[in-house]
Design a protein around this ligand. Structure first.
Ligand code: GDP
Ligand code: MG
Length: 610
């Protein structure tokens, strides 16, 4: 079977590339009655006598012989890696420098596994099965026939198994148990090859002409007669080569017309052909698989980007792309749409209208102000003379104090938007501008520039928001149209607030006048406060947009270009991450290997005429 070695070797390269054994060579299993010569047939195929023959060792256990092709150099290494126990054959013949590993010495029905590592074999599995038996002998169980039958069927029913049905020439071919059992699992005879052994032991005056011509039983893939070594030959240590030479002489003499289509060599060639056919049948699928993989690696490779050729244009492109993505994320037109949470512009909107809006609404117009505070303020405003009217000064003082409470949530709003703007940087470099990950230094530099731009805008925006509140405090506009209604209260008698009494735990009982004055002031504060709160709720988001968001959006590109687009920085900024360079190289290598593999397959298809 050495003819297969170059083909399989070439394919092995392909296997190594695509990382799987796509072509599984069929197993070859021998079936037949006891002592029909099964082990001998396998042995002459392998070309070495290493199978137990005649003795009882394989009577009840299958023997799995795994041939493993290795390069001459790493034979020993392979052995040591695999071996529970290994031995090297030193001399010629059986003692070729192969090594053999007994993988398992199973108990009862478990197979015995032998691995042979050699440069002279192809990766192939041969199975020596126990002989079909009818009558239990010795300590064999009563149902031995059934047990063995099931064991044999287990192996040969595998559709990827070539069955060598062995029948001795000196028994009746018409009732061959081997062909019978083979037919059960392979009725069409697609994978059964009949082997007729012991041609040399036929009775004088008889020959196997009819059998070998297929006249007794036709076998689709053929009937091949062989002469193996007799027990005497084995005892005399006759080697395989001599045996094959003698077999050839015997066939020439006894069956001159059939000699070319019989014998161990022809059997080996036939098996070769079957295996080659199998390989041929696998090639199209292998080719498809390789093409698919090649396409995958091609797109992987292009996703890693080309190696940088023109540094300055690459830098400019990346900066522009980042800036565009940043703005798009704010505008809501980004390519990558986040679905798990709000981000970018949508989140800023949420901050303005939900977070900030609701916080402002929860600021109570009279929060932190007790009736006593109000009363004290009124009394302080009137000075030494008792007043006829509620003093306006006390209203102004108190309402300013309340308005001031709007500043803190307003500044908090700026902070939240600032945080979100910071978060967008990460978002952009993670999802939108994947290419940036190739250049960690550029990535860091961009993050730094944007961060510092944001940081620079923060105090400006805070200042503006602070001023918005300060502006409100600067002038209490009692002529505000929405405030006019409330002013009427100053002059007219009013219904007492039901709520006032409950709002205050007052230490002493207020006089009717005091109570009325407090109520008037509280109502005015409330009315005016609502006007201011509405203003702030409206103007703070506008200020944040103008001074922070839009400003950053508009100046981002030029800021990045100004700080990073410098000839002196190019080299450093566009240093690729080692990781990425390595991944690109790996993908490129893989692609090359796949293209080579594809070529190898084409070669095999062309050069090995099937
Ligand atoms: P198995 O039980 O089917 O595995 O049979 P073996 O391979 O162990 O062979 C049984 C016996 O028959 C052994 O002593 C072999 O030497 C002998 N034998 C096998 N094939 C031939 C053959 O073609 N000619 C002769 N003369 N003896 C053979
Ligand atoms: Mg045997």
């Amino acid at each position: 079977m050495e003819a297969l070695i170059p083909v399989i070797n070439k394919l092995q390269d392909v296997f190594n590339t695509v990382g799987a054994d796509i072509i599984q060579l069929p197993q070859i299993a021998v079936v037949g009655t006891q002592s029909s010569g099964k082990s001998s047939v396998l042995e002459s195929l392998v070309g070495k006598d290493l199978l137990p023959r005649g003795t009882g060792i394989v009577t009840r256990r299958p023997l799995i012989l795994q041939l493993v092709h290795v390069d001459p150099e790493d034979r020993r290494k392979t052995c040591e890696e695999n071996g529970i126990c290994f031995f090297l054959f030193a001399s010629n013949n059986l003692r070729n420098p192969e090594c053999c590993v007994i993988v398992s010495q199973g108990i009862s029905d478990e197979p015995i596994q032998l691995k042979i590592f050699s440069p002279h074999v192809v990766n192939l599995t041969l199975v020596d099965l126990p002989g079909i038996t009818k009558v239990p002998v010795g300590d064999q169980p009563k149902d031995i026939e059934l047990q063995i039958r099931e064991l044999i069927l287990k192996y040969i029913s595998n559709p990827n198994c070539i069955i060598l049905a062995v029948t001795a020439a000196n028994t009746d071919m018409a009732t061959s148990e081997a062909l019978k059992v083979a037919r059960e699992v392979d009725p069409d005879g697609r994978r059964t090859l009949a082997v007729v052994t012991k041609l040399d032991l036929m009775d004088a005056g008889t020959d196997a002409m009819d059998v070998l011509m297929g006249r007794v039983i036709p076998v689709k893939l053929g009937l091949i007669g062989v002469v193996n070594r007799s027990q005497l030959d084995i005892n005399n240590k006759k080697n395989v080569a001599d045996s094959i030479r003698d077999e050839h002489a015997f066939l020439q003499k006894k069956y001159p017309s059939l000699a070319a289509r019989n014998g161990t060599k022809y059997l080996a060639r036939t098996l070769n052909r079957l295996l080659m056919h199998h390989i041929r049948d696998c090639l199209p699928e292998l080719k498809t698989r390789i093409n698919v993989l090649a396409a995958q690696y091609q797109s992987l490779l292009s996703s890693y980007g080309e190696p940088v050729e023109d540094m300055s244009s690459t830098l400019l492109q990346l900066i522009t792309k980042f800036a565009t993505e940043y703005c798009n994320t704010i505008e809501g037109t980004a390519k990558y749409i986040e679905t798990t949470e709000l981000c970018g512009g949508a989140r800023i909107c949420y901050i303005f209208h939900e977070t900030f809006g609701r916080t402002l609404e929860s600021v109570d117009s009279l929060g932190g102000l007790t009736t006593i505070d109000v009363l004290t303020a009124i009394r302080n405003a009137t000075g030494p003379r008792p007043a006829l009217f509620v003093p306006e000064v006390s209203f102004e003082l108190l309402v300013k104090r309340q308005v001031k409470r709007l500043e803190e949530p307003s500044l908090r709003c700026v902070e939240l938007v600032h945080e979100e703007m910071q978060r967008i940087i990460q978002h952009c470099s993670n999802y939108s501008t994947q290419e940036l990950l190739r250049f960690p230094k550029l990535h860091d530099a961009i993050v730094e520039v944007v961060t510092s731009l944001l940081r620079k805008r923060l105090p400006v925006t805070n200042e503006m928001v602070h001023n918005l509140v300060a502006i409100e405090l600067a002038y209490i506009n009692t002529k505000h149209p929405d405030f006019a209604d409330a002013c009427g209260l100053m002059n007219n008698n009013i219904e007492p607030f039901a709520s006032t009494a409950t709002r205050v735990p007052v230490a002493r009982k207020l006089s009717a006048r005091e109570q009325r004055d407090c109520e008037v002031i509280e109502r005015l504060i409330k009315s005016y406060f609502l006007i201011v709160r509405k203003n702030i709720q409206d103007s703070v988001p506008k200020a944040v947009m103008h001074f922070l968001v839009n400003h950053v959006k508009d100046s981002l590109q030029s800021e990045l270009v100004g700080q990073l687009y410098k000839p002196a920085l190019l080299e450093d900024l566009l240093t690729e991450s080692e990781d990425m360079a390595q991944r690109r190289n790996e993908a490129a290598d893989m692609l090359k290997a796949l293209q080579k593999a594809s070529q190898v397959i084409a070669e095999i298809r062309e050069t090995h005429l099937w």
